[in-house]
Design a protein around this ligand. Structure first.
Ligand SMILES: [Fe+2]
Ligand SMILES: [Fe+2]
Length: 167
């Protein structure tokens, strides 16, 4: 096994995961500000899961006697439209799953089965995330932009119902 080869792949995944954490938290802040509380919480919840992925990758990198590179894969995109956020997130998850599938094969060819299995587990998680965002996109397409407004209405609680709280 060439340890450095595995460490480099694992660090590329760390950058990808950190990118997702930052992008999803950016979406979380703006959705919260716009009153889309449930969607804001969804992004926060998934950002925390991506942070868990960073931790698993970091543990493996340190086991292989490498060091964890904490840089992001790119810039955080300034997307403010809720539907565009969900579409961007679905694409990010698809791209991560595709990359991790490829890197699992590279770890296998490098006789590093533990890293291979880690990438395979991440593929399953990212496909799960993709599915969540894809379902949200479907709902927005089926029910129109009002779908997101209704979501924020539901979360506002009884005080903000039709009888009170209206501005
Ligand atoms: Fe992830
Ligand atoms: Fe993900």
């Amino acid at each position: 096994m060439n340890k450095q080869l595995s460490i480099d792949l694992l660090n590329k995944a760390v950058a990808d995961e950190l990118q997702a954490v930052h992008q999803y938290m950016y979406f979380h802040f703006h959705l919260d500000d716009q009153g889309f509380a449930p969607l804001a919480m969804l992004f926060k919840r998934i950002a925390v899961q991506e942070m868990g992925h960073v931790e698993r990758l970091a543990e493996r990198i340190l086991f292989l006697k490498g060091d964890v590179k904490m840089g992001l894969a790119g810039e955080v995109e300034s997307i403010r439209d809720a539907e565009q956020m969900v579409a961007r997130a679905a694409r990010m998850e698809e791209e991560s799953a595709a990359a991790y599938n490829k890197w699992a094969l590279e770890c296998s060819a490098n006789a590093d089965s533990a890293s291979k299995q880690m990438f395979e587990a991440l593929v399953a998680d990212e496909e799960g995330h993709y599915d969540i965002f894809d379902k949200q996109l479907d709902n927005i397409k089926r029910f129109g932009p009002n779908y997101l407004a209704l979501q924020s209405f539901d979360s506002a609680g009884p005080a903000a119902g039709p009888e009170g709280g209206a501005k």
